[in-house]
Design a protein around this ligand. Structure first.
Ligand code: PMP
Length: 410
């Protein structure tokens, strides 16, 4: 059971009061994006309504205010990630996808050589596969995949055994967006670092539900998105080690990222500006920081525990449904609050449509993870993904709806 005051948390989210198809909304599509609490909406309104000036160039008070808010936002994200300033820096991007592309273009294309290996997994989101396929084409580097168990997990032997001497980069998700599986990264990172390989962690699904400390984890890169952690869309973060950011080339070129421009050439600004060309998403950064504050105040460990409880609850409540096939490792303690499943003989899309009629929002399809679908031998799944505001009562309504719809379709 949960230590959170869910009722008061729910009141923070205006969207939870809306209806869908005339029914009280049950929002189980948090893996795609989360709803937004009032403090985030107020932070956005504050920037746009009160001080919506550009940053870093105004000599007037309103611009100073915007600059301070943007700089404070970065400070809050540093705290959220446990960044030590000597070790690393926070770069604002458009989201996880852009953060990974930044590393692909500015680090991998520059430094990887033919025959170098990039180690991935088949459970990655497309945004942690496709950029590396591009890098492989550009550089002659080779992609390799850590062997996965049939249920979609990695044994310690598989994780460590895959780290051959030619691996220069390991790019792995901290939590699968399909199964919620969380591979144990500590040993992998330590071993990779020991042999001189760099490690990129895709934290898109993880950072919104679990406390992160990138200094303790010692990864080289950590990418995540604002919109999955109660923040706005269009904003995300790349954390990277300082030494790497110094040796990387800029990703985008233009204003704000330069020190000096002449007609002959330019020099680059210091970190983090070197990687933030153009007017940034100021409101986004301010809103994402408000989201980080909100989650820190509630407590990420409590949030993770609540979602773990919901996962156990839905797993137990559906065990007796013989026609329901859940996906993902059976060991629930290594899984976040994501429940992916199929109903025998029913297309996932039909399940989604009928749940929609009941006011229940889930995602169906391949979840930007086609290689994982191929591994499971399915074209898609139905995915219910939970967040801090979801409840056991909602799961009861969801399971009852599944039973009813299987009675119609099955
Ligand atoms: N990685 C994972 C594991 C994800 O779940 C997602 C979003 N579904 C992404 C990357 C991409 O994030 P974004 O669309 O915010 O760039």
């Amino acid at each position: 059971t949960s230590t959170l005051d869910i009722q008061s948390i729910r009141e923070d989210f205006p969207a939870l009061a809306t209806t869908m198809r005339g029914k009280d909304l049950i929002y189980f599509d948090n893996g795609a994006t989360s709803l937004k609490p009032r403090p985030v909406l107020e932070a956005l309104q504050g920037y746009y309504g009160d001080y919506s000036a550009n940053i870093h160039r105004g000599v007037y008070e309103m611009s100073e205010r915007a600059t301070a808010a943007y700089d404070n936002a970065r400070e809050t994200i540093r705290r959220f990630l446990g960044v030590s300033p000597e070790q690393g820096e926070v770069i604002f991007t458009r989201g996880t996808t852009e953060s990974i592309n930044l590393v692909a273009y500015s680090w991998a294309v520059k430094f990887l050589k033919p025959g170098d290996e990039i180690l991935l997994t088949a459970m990655e989101h497309h945004s942690n596969i496709v950029p590396w396929q591009y890098v492989a084409q550009r550089t002659g580097a080779v992609l390799r995949y850590i062997p996965m168990t049939p249920e979609g997990a990695f044994t310690d032997e598989a994780l460590c055994g895959a780290l051959g001497p030619r691996v220069r980069l390991v790019a792995i998700t901290a939590m699968s967006n399909v199964t919620g599986y969380m591979p144990s990264l500590e040993g992998l990172v330590a071993r990779a670092r020991h042999q001189g390989a760099r490690v990129l962690v895709d934290g898109a699904q993880y950072a919104c539900h679990h406390a992160v400390n990138v200094t303790a984890l010692d990864c080289d890169f950590f990418a995540f998105s604002g919109h999955k952690m109660c923040g706005p869309t269009g904003i995300g973060v790349l954390y990277a080690k300082r030494e790497l950011l110094e040796e990387m080339d800029p990703f985008h070129y233009g204003g704000d990222m330069i020190q000096e421009v002449t007609l002959e050439g330019s020099t680059w600004a210091h970190l983090p500006e070197k990687f933030e060309a153009g007017t940034p998403h100021i409101a986004g950064a301010v809103g994402m920081a408000a989201a980080a504050e909100y989650l820190l105040e509630i407590g990420l460990e409590e949030i993770a525990a609540h979602e773990g409880d919901l996962l156990r609850y839905v797993t137990e409540a559906t065990e007796r449904l013989s026609y329901l096939r859940p996906f993902g490792p059976a060991a629930l303690e290594r899984r976040g609050g994501i429940f992916s499943f199929a109903l025998e003989g029913v297309h996932p899309h039909d399940v989604g449509s009928l749940l929609d009629q009941q006011g229940i929002a889930v995602r169906t399809g391949f979840h930007c993870a086609q290689p994982l679908m191929a591994h499971f031998g399915v074209v898609g799944t139905v995915r219910a993904s939970f967040y801090l505001y979801n409840t056991r009562e909602e799961i009861d309504r969801f399971v009852a709806a599944l039973e009813r719809l299987y009675g119609i379709l099955g």
